[in-house]
Design a protein around this ligand. Structure first.
Ligand SMILES: NC(=O)c1ccc[n+]([C@@H]2O[C@H](COP(=O)([O-])OP(=O)(O)OC[C@H]3O[C@@H](n4cnc5c(N)ncnc54)[C@H](OP(=O)(O)O)[C@@H]3O)[C@@H](O)[C@H]2O)c1
Length: 315
């Protein structure tokens, strides 16, 4: 049994969809089981054993929670500066509570983290072993969440991602599409580099960790399951927000999502005047995850095209 926490969020809803498609036994919770309340998490794991939660044909053995996937978080980067206590509760205390419960029931944990744990002063893709140096409240609280998990348990996969967009949630692609349909000129910063991540691509990687671990074969005592620890995942390639917006415009026009002409103008972060300092360079190295899971990571432009073309696209 897989327990998906944050199942109604942008990434969580995508993981839920793929768990259904793969017919894996899972149960999802969101705000109704508050991750900041340790007792609520414990109570839930106790209740899960009861028939009330499941169709009676689900075997008792399948009710044991073997995996927890945590997609819940405080994700509003700007607002986190005004609500640091709440961000801390959700991004640091929440993962600590989840890790404690996971350890107590012997479950493995997959937790999602962010490129914002780095300061973005780098010039080459960030590898997993580089020291964290978060700039703002969001990054600091996410970094604290990672630390709490690593201190509390050993059987975890922390997946750091960046520039996430998906069907069910506020994201850059939807925001740009709406702006381009209502303005003839927009400005987008061109001095922050990174790589977009299509939520369905990340969801399938999360499921691959589970599949690779559960179906690991032992050859001469060697386990082929991916080693526990931190992994980076985004789509392949790199870009900046301005170029990303230009590609959204091109594809949006091509597939009828953007109904009018709009000029996309580049500007600097300083000219734009954002409230929170964001990493200038946040490209993550995917070498470790590609090797461990034998992945061929889709290029960001190809995944963006899939998103914009999809029937589910609904900005
Ligand atoms: N979005 C990005 O660009 C981005 C980039 C890098 C990393 N990430 C990471 O990726 C993960 C998924 O992000 P996302 O964008 O899919 O997040 P999201 O859409 O904000 O989803 C988070 C979910 O957690 C729920 N939640 C809030 N408080 C909770 C609580 N106390 N207990 C249980 N659930 C609660 C939220 O409910 P409400 O909606 O009702 O608040 C929401 O359904 C996060 O760990 C995030 O830090 C995201």
């Amino acid at each position: 049994m897989i327990w998906l926490i944050g199942c109604k969020g942008m990434l969580g809803s995508e993981v839920a969809k793929q768990l259904d498609e793969k017919k894996l036994p899972w149960i999802g919770t969101d705000r109704e089981v508050d991750i900041t309340d340790p007792q609520a998490l414990i109570d839930f794991t106790n209740k899960i054993e009861t028939a009330a939660y499941f169709p009676s044909d689900l075997r008792k053995a399948d009710r044991k929670i073997q995996w927890i996937i945590n997609c819940s978080a405080y994700t509003n980067v700007d607002k986190a500066e005004e609500e640091p206590e709440l961000a801390e509760k959700l991004n640091a205390t929440g993962p600590l509570n989840i890790a404690r419960v996971a350890r107590s029931i012997g479950a493995k944990l997959i937790h999602i983290s962010t490129d914002y744990v780095f300061d973005g002063q780098g010039t080459a893709p960030y590898t997993e072993d580089l020291p964290k140096a978060p700039l703002g409240v969001y990054g600091k609280t996410k970094a604290a969440g990672e630390d709490a998990i690593m201190k509390e348990m050993n059987t975890y996969y922390i997946i750091r991602t960046a520039w996430l967009y998906g069907f069910d949630g506020k994201n850059f692609v939807y925001t740009m599409t709406k702006l381009m349909n209502s303005h003839d000129q927009i400005r987008v910063v061109n001095d922050q580099k990174g790589t977009p991540t299509y939520a369905p691509d990340l969801a399938s990687v999360i499921l691959r960790f589970i599949d690779k671990s559960d179906n690991a074969k032992s050859f001469f005592g060697k386990n082929s399951a991916p080693a526990y620890g931190i992994y980076h995942f985004t789509n392949a390639g790199q870009t900046n927000w301005y170029e990303f917006a230009c590609e959204i415009y091109r594809l949006g026009r091509k597939f009828g999502r953007i109904k009018q002409e709009c000029t996309v103008n580049p500007c600097t972060t300083e000219e734009y005047g954002a409230k929170v300092q964001r990493p200038a360079y946040s490209v993550l190295s995917k070498d470790k995850i590609s090797k461990s899971l034998k992945l061929k990571i889709p290029e960001w432009q190809n995944s963006l095209e899939k998103f914009i073309k999809s029937d589910r696209f609904n900005p």
